[in-house]
Design a protein around this ligand. Sequence first.
Ligand code: SF4
Length: 489
Amino acid sequence: MKVKLILPSLTEAKSAFWRPIKYSLFPPIGLATLAAYLDENDEVELQDQHVEKLYLDDSPDLVVIQVYITNAKRAYTIADQYRARGVFVAMGGLHVTSLPEEAQPHADAIFIGPGEQTFSEFLRDFRNKKPKQRYYSIDGRTIENQPPIRRDLIKRDKYLVPNSLVISRGCPHHCDFCYKDAFFKGGKSFYTQRVDEILTEIDRLKGKHLYFLDDHLLGSPKLASELFEGMKGMGRVFQGAATVHSILNGNLIEKAAKAGLRSVFVGFETFSPENLRQSNKYQNLKQNYEIAVQRLHNLGIMINGSFVFGLDADDKDVFKRTVDWGVENAITTSTYHILTPYPGTKLYADMQNVNRILTNDWDLYDTRHVVYKTNLLTANELEVGYHWAYDNFYSWSNIFKASFSHETIKHQLKHLFYTGGWKKFESFWNIIINTGGLKILLPILELLLSEIKSEPEILSNWDSKQFSTPKTINSINNSTVYQSVKSTI
Ligand code: SF4
């Protein structure tokens, strides 16, 4: 049987905000996971439109398409083309689960919820020529004893972070704006792989670097603790996501750092208790963000902070407040979002009930546009403020300011190169992507994620000719180097 797996590109791919590197980070691990359920005799191909041109004039026996909200239009067009030629099309993903009625006319079969169990059931039916129109994942969800992910289908050279893995599904929390509860409705909404299986999977991955794409890597303290214990001595460096609460409580984050955690995505989202309550994000309430940041810095872990603008208590000052906080607390990278009520979420239902949804043009649901009636801010203020926040946080002056507030030189330089490299050299990234050079950058990323000693280094270790008196790097903020660099930007 010939099978084609397709990830259509998100609509952002054609917008002015398109940053090719942002969409060349992670391979489509979900489709490669499903491919593992196919027979070894099946002829399989995986195409990711973010990194390659799709060819659609073939006629496989089965096409499987993964649908997110902002690639939905493209996914439907591709599906319609194949179906017009008599090819069987199956679709699944977050958007199909949220809006099955919208997706169904474009597919012969759709999957509601996570696909691991339903995909193998579908394959049995398909081979027996009795496929159903819908497959619901409800009972028996598990990711234990899975067949190995078909990493051989992934074109590793096209991604900066080919070694991505997902060791859990869902998350233990229930934020109103998150897709999680909609996607896992009707069954377990947080479950994990077995530690021995995760370690085996890690062993299969070349190089040092790993990226755990789990919603919450520390969501199961028992699993995380056993995993980090098992990873000791493997010489890996890795990145992942965690909540403020999990960083502040217990010693899991120390164990993670010892195992190789070098950068973490943290959903701070908002500083307003009112906003946190509105979003049902109680795990962040009464948590001291600064102490969490300090704890991460002390462990040499870089921080990607996530922030949402446009919650009902946000006023005109929210943008400056958020950027200033990020810079003062030396957050390495910030990801800003305009609040987006995804269909299927409680937030969407609540807003729809009071007629606050302005459009169902899913292309605009990209966290860059305002799609609902705002409260204290106008839609224009919100969009302008969102762009202002990005521009300001990633201005050279703020990058230098945040970098040089770390205690050690190594931490300062890592911050500077990581943040500057990520956001300020777009043409460089484009050349690297166009010349197929992403693979040579992986060792550089691994170097940037190398360990930072907790003791402050002294300037004399760094450049003894330029600085004759040993002093801690904190004082570099007032040094001529910092001031002269600042004055040139
Ligand atoms: S903590 Fe993150 S992944 Fe979990 S429900 Fe909230 S937003 Fe979703």
